[in-house]
Design a binder for this molecule. Sequence first.
Ligand SMILES: Nc1nc2c(ncn2[C@@H]2O[C@H](COP(=O)(O)OP(=O)(O)OP(=O)(O)O)[C@@H](O)[C@H]2O)c(=O)[nH]1
Ligand SMILES: [Mg+2]
Length: 327
Amino acid sequence: MAFGGFLKRAKEAVTGLARKASATLVAGVQKTAQTLRGGLDFLVGRKVDDEVADKLRDTLIAADVSAVMADDLVAKVQEAYRDREIKSKDEILTFLKEHIKQGFPPQASQPIWAVAGEPTVILVVGVNGSGKTTSIAKLAYRFKTDGRSVLLAPADTFRAAAVEQLVTWADRLGVEYIPARQGQDPASVAYQAVEKALARHSDVVIVDTAGRLDNKKNLMDELEKITRVIKKKLSSAPHEVLMVLDGNTGQVAVRQAKNFEHAAGVTGLIITKLDGTAKGGAVISMRAEVDLPVKWIGLGEKMTDLEPFDADVFVDEIFRTEPQPTP
Ligand SMILES: Nc1nc2c(ncn2[C@@H]2O[C@H](COP(=O)(O)OP(=O)(O)OP(=O)(O)O)[C@@H](O)[C@H]2O)c(=O)[nH]1
Ligand SMILES: [Mg+2]
């Protein structure tokens, strides 16, 4: 890895301490923030009685926070109000945010890297159209910007257009890829990618997979085969298996994640398409409902529109009390 990249990341780590929301995040979660803000305004000057509790619950659910989590949060607010720990709208909001943030263990959303000298192999899986290929391009862009060399493996050989889509991104990003043709065995594409990455000392290999994985068995079978084959080249791989979920589907995405929670070594989630939806609350229920960390969030169609998930920043942003002009 280039020294420049190391310096840049070290600098990010330091400046990251302030952890401010980026313009992309601010713009991306606007609709969710509006929904929450619109509903929470009634808290001003009100007692937390049953009516207010119901309204609070409805507001959380309108932003696609799960019913279980909404019930739990409302019960905690009612209790704290009764115990006179919180009173004003601002206190209630701060209390809510702290409780939600506490659910996210620190560091859980960090990427998993291979040991030095080995390529990190990332498999990307998920249902049709969830945003796998686009997210891979965004990850490649990020890693490349950080000074890592990236190799893309178009192992979605089901559709010819899928290979082309990833190759077009690779060319645009100036990263390497493995050529593949329609109908080729996906596992062989992944194998060749790992082989080439070892030979070239690439830092990261990202493997795209077909979106036909609409049930657990398909996903398990495909992952199991790809995994078995790449392990022949690199026994520690894959280091990360990321499941991509369409954030636009809100609670449906949560159920999907739950369904695949223990399947096939999934290590983390990418939640896409959070821009343009008011269902961003689903992201905060992921932790309460699913034993998998949200690692990245997609906030648009451009290569810069993917960010590491930072629960503190995300929660502050969706519960922002004042509309914030895009910085
Ligand atoms: N607005 C928005 N659009 C996104 C985001 N991520 C992906 N998309 C769009 O969603 C559509 C599907 O994305 P793909 O990356 O092709 O999805 P996929 O999972 O690879 O699809 P298949 O290969 O067909 O299974 C494309 O039009 C993307 O531009 C996002 O974060 N925000
Ligand atoms: Mg695709």
